[in-house]
Design a protein. Sequence first.
Length: 141
Amino acid sequence: MSAAAIPKPYAQRPPFGGGPPIRTTFDGSPSEDPDERWNRLEESVRSLLASVQFTPIERLETLLSLLYQRRNWLEEDLQFERLLGMKTLPPLDLGDRDDLFGFENKTEAKLVLLLNQVDDAVRLVKAKIEAINWRPRTSES
C-alpha cells in the first residue's frame, strides 16, 4: 500500500477565500515591520549602557571591551545605512546645502544617537579606570 498524498480538487486547496494571493512577502517593497536584528542590537546597547553606573570595579575592563564591541557594530550598521541611502550631490552652484547634512531616515538618526551614547559611556568608564589607577606623586618619583 502506498502512502502517497491524494491530490485535492481546486476548491479544497488554499487560499480558501478565493483567488490567488494578490501580494506576496517577496515583492521587494520595504515592510512596515521593524527589523528584528535592529531591535536586538538596540536592546543590547541600551542594556549595556544601563549597566555602566552599576558595574563593579573589577569588571570595568570587560565593560570597556563590550562597549567597544557595540560601538563597532553600530559603526558598521551606520556605514551600511549610509551606503544604502547614498544620494548624489547637486552641482556646486546651487545655494544652500543644509539639507544634505541631515539624516536620511529614522534608523540612521537612532544609530547616531546610540553611537554618541556609547562614546559617552566609553569616556565615563575610562575616567573611572584612570581614577582607580591614579596614584599621587611622591617626592621620591
